[in-house]
Design a protein around this ligand. Structure first.
Ligand code: ADP
Ligand code: MG
Length: 466
């Protein structure tokens, strides 16, 4: 059954199948669980996104029952990959991951960049060839981040060091980092770029400590690095020793005037368990945030993605997807890819009916209906306030508390930006929202009553959802 599904998938994407599935191992299928191991997170995410939906559909069709769970493991060296990596013959698959590795640290299995292009930069994690500046759609929600990223890749404009890119998940932070790396490699043949997730940085640091290879580690991150791209810094929360090491890495690079770009899912001062000296370093250059894109930008993004992937997409379907999937570009793309996969498996064109059906089946209702107003209403009902009071300038303690709770919940559940929330709460300054959110976070730790309020409001929200 598994083999059938794999064969079908291979047929569907002959050009890129081997490249990706040589990085994946099949561990077993049983009890509603499919076990897979990926060579690294990048392969896992790619396979998850581009192949798994169709693959699961295949298996489920044969199993004839519902929910199949996938359990992923990561293991650098695979014993029995699903496919052998073949050297590229005739025409290059556009989807082939470009693997650029640095020479020194831990050897990794799998194919090296062999698409006729020698790796010119020491990039430690794979770059997604599609995540370039050209493929990034610019709109009001991300133009600052885009311009700053472009400038740090030498595209003109002032270069800030460090550049701190922050925003909710799936909004394009990693894309911009890859774009910087691509651009630098194109412009400066011998530039040594280190692109690494904070998680990998941590793991390498620990390994180096264990194996007494700190010298090597430092050489790699300080001396042999002209540009450091560190993704998802929030991962360092609470990891004191790695933070300490990173602090020195940071200082060494900055003293040598080498650019550093960091991404995070939070603003610097929102990062928890991160020492003040690091937070202040992060804010010493430019903090550029990425907000949730507006409708027009979302339409443009989904169209762009369809164009890149060669998926025929009518305007009305593009609009529908962009309208329904608001908070996250990754989800928007995922839905498009899923539609395309289903369409090619079933032979059904991607029209508006088909798209609507799919959306109804996959989008949880809650995500569609919950809005700032819903949360404000639930909070008002809970604290017996009118919404005018909630949005007023009234600083009376009980009203102020209710307001802070509402802001906190909006931030937590809807991932709205601070400026956006400020506007939604009677045109307040974004710093007011920030301190409200922080205050509720702190109160929760000390005061169980606060949690009780939050739970009661959550219940109201859940009830009004049905
Ligand atoms: P993050 O790192 O912020 O979680 P990613 O950079 O991984 O998000 O983006 C998620 C997906 O959305 C990627 O496939 C990326 O290419 C795409 N994406 C995000 N923003 C844009 C944009 N403005 N234009 C084109 N694609 C985008
Ligand atoms: Mg990312």
């Amino acid at each position: 059954m598994w083999r059938d599904a794999v064969d079908q998938t291979r047929l569907r994407a002959p050009a890129s199948f081997d490249q990706w599935f040589s990085g994946v191992q099949f561990d077993g299928l049983g009890d509603g669980v499919l076990g897979l191991t990926a060579r690294d997170e990048f392969v896992r995410d790619w396979v998850k996104k581009h192949f798994l939906p169709a693959l699961l559909d295949q298996i489920q069709e044969q199993l004839g029952d519902g929910g199949l769970q996938v359990r992923w493991r990561i293991q650098t060296k695979l014993d029995d990959p699903i496919s052998e990596a073949k050297p590229p013959e005739a025409e290059p698959a556009v989807e082939r991951p470009r693997r650029l590795e640095s020479k020194s640290p831990p050897p990794r299995s799998g194919p090296r960049a062999s698409d006729g292009e020698t790796p010119r930069a020491g990039v430690s994690e794979m770059l997604n060839p599609k995540q370039t500046f050209g493929n990034f759609v610019v709109g009001p929600s991300n133009e600052l981040a885009y311009a700053a990223a472009n400038a740090s890749a030498g595209g003109g404009g002032r270069r800030y060091n460090p550049l701190f890119l922050c925003g909710g998940t799936g909004l394009g932070k990693t894309h911009l980092m890859h774009a910087i790396a691509h651009q630098m490699v194109i412009d400066r043949a011998n530039v040594r770029i280190v692109y690494v997730s904070a998680e990998r940085f941590t793991n390498e640091f620990i390994e180096s400590l264990q194996h007494h290879r700190m010298e090597e580690f430092r050489t790699r991150y300080r001396d042999e690095c002209d540009l450091l791209l560190l993704d998802d810094i929030q991962f360092l929360a609470g990891r004191d020793q790695t933070q300490e090491e990173f602090f020195h890495t940071f200082n060494a690079l900055r003293d040598a005037d080498k650019p550093i770009v960091v991404t995070s899912d939070k603003y610097p001062h929102e990062l928890q368990r991160m020492p003040e000296r690091l937070v202040s370093r992060f804010t010493s250059g430019l903090v550029a945030d990425i907000q949730v894109p507006q409708l027009e930008t979302r339409v443009a993004i989904v169209k762009k993605k369809a164009e890149i992937e060669g998926i025929p997409l009518a305007d009305d379907v593009a609009h529908l997807l962009a309208q329904k999937i608001k908070s996250n570009v990754r989800e928007l793309e995922g839905t498009l890819i899923r539609l395309a996969a289903k369409s090619s498996l079933t032979g059904r064109p991607i029209d508006i009916d088909f798209a609507q059906q799919e959306l109804a089946a996959t989008t949880p209702r809650r995500a569609q209906v919950m809005s700032v107003a819903d949360i404000q209403n639930a909070v008002c009902r809970h604290f017996r306030l009118s919404s005018a009071e909630l949005l007023s300038k009234d600083r009376h303690k009980s009203v102020a508390f209710a307001r802070q709770v509402a802001m906190y919940l909006c931030r937590q559940r809807l991932k709205c930006s601070f400026p956006e929330l400020g506007r939604a709460f009677g045109n307040r300054d974004h710093t007011t929202v920030m301190s409200a959110v922080r205050r509720v976070e702190q109160l929760r730790k000390k005061d169980p009553e606060v949690d009780a309020h939050l739970e009661a409001i959550a219940e109201r929200l859940a009830a009004s959802d049905d």
